[in-house]
Design a protein around this ligand. Structure first.
Ligand SMILES: [Zn+2]
Length: 347
């Protein structure tokens, strides 16, 4: 069983999770290279439709009304991660002292994004994106009811350079009893800004980007896609909105239907410039529960925080400087990236 250790020097946490060591690494050993290999892979892939028996029982699925749980007939499927960093069955217990830690309590779920053996989000259709967002919405809304979970991380690793070990397109959710330091600091700044200016920091950011124009990539409905001024990654793209549309667990179907084509458009634009590229994608998730975080961080969440998706292409490896300082070196300016991404007709 894992534990969540507190690092007194860096005021941060580290999850010591020996079970993660046993993950099968499909990318390194048997990535499909032709149709024959893909056929073989479909039969062995635990995330492909028809192979439901190869996974633990599903927690949630969007599926045909007449279909049965853990059988064919689904659009998205959520299962516990077999190689979990934390687990919901662990005691919710914090140990103090010189070696401070939490028992490895938390949620670690895999969202199988599509029944097809798509290896990239680039192969998705709009309906796939909408079903994916609806699934994330349902899981976060459900876990919000568990008052032991203080923070949920939603992320997608695509490709070996982004840390993926399964080729079938999937997303992960990790719910923790603590808020990671970086996120806690982000929320604190977000709330301080809101308290001082009476509007969200991201509203300012997007307004400034719109006025400048250089880093805007595309806009659709309420959403704007742009390369952030201080992008940490080459071709990093942020999709967010000046409007208070709610968080991932309260976003409306209408917003999801607008967001889906914009997300696909951005991925298509990135592919045109980068070819098949590896990336991490994360979805902003404000802190969840009273009692587990400072009360003030939960006030006016929807006014202070904006729904946002961050796409981080992994073109370069981080080295000693980035690891020891958390200051990223980005060799490509976001202005140049945005200019390239705007070019061409992708509609
Ligand atoms: Zn598969």
């Amino acid at each position: 069983m894992s534990n969540i250790r507190y690092d007194r020097i860096h005021d941060n946490h580290v999850i010591i999770a020996p079970e993660r060591l046993h993950r099968p690494d499909c990318y390194l050993s048997k990535a499909p290279t032709n149709r024959e290999v893909e056929d073989f892979f479909d039969k062995a892939c635990p995330f492909c439709e028809g192979n439901e028996a190869l996974t633990p029982h599903e927690i949630f699925a969007i599926r045909e009304e007449t279909s049965l749980a853990n059988k064919k007939g689904w659009q998205t499927r959520v299962i516990p991660n077999l190689y979990k960093a934390v687990q919901i069955e662990a005691p919710y217990q914090h140990h103090h002292g010189a070696f401070e830690y939490w028992e490895g309590f938390g949620a670690h779920e895999v969202i199988v994004d599509t029944p097809k053996h798509y290896t990239s989000m680039l192969q998705w259709h709009e309906a796939d994106v909408v079903a994916w967002l609806q699934t994330l919405r349902a899981r976060v809304a459900d876990l919000r009811r568990d008052h032991r979970i203080a923070y949920i991380s939603l992320f997608k690793n695509e490709g070996v350079h982004a840390g993926a070990t399964q080729t079938h397109s999937h997303t992960q959710l990790i719910g923790l009893p603590i808020i990671p330091k970086l996120q806690r600091e982000v929320f604190q700044r977000t709330y301080d800004y809101y308290n001082h200016h009476a509007h969200a920091l991201l509203v300012s950011e997007i307004s400034n980007e719109e006025a400048n124009g250089e880093r805007i990539v595309a806009q659709k409905g309420d959403f704007t896609a742009y390369c952030p001024y201080a992008s940490a990654y080459p071709f990093e793209v942020m999709i967010s909105s000046k409007k208070a549309l709610g968080q991932i667990d309260t976003l409306s179907d209408k917003s999801m239907e607008t967001l889906a084509p914009l997300l696909l458009l951005i991925l298509k634009k990135l592919k045109r410039q980068l070819g098949c590229f590896d990336f991490n994608l994360s979805i902003a998730t404000p802190p969840l529960q009273e009692g587990t975080v400072e009360r003030e961080l939960l006030y006016n969440v929807d006014e202070a925080c904006r729904f946002a998706i961050r796409i981080m292409p992994r073109l370069y490896k981080h080295a000693g400087f980035e690891v020891s300082t958390e200051v990223m070196i980005n060799p490509v300016s976001p202005e140049f990236c945005a200019k390239l991404l705007r070019e061409g007709n992708d509609e």
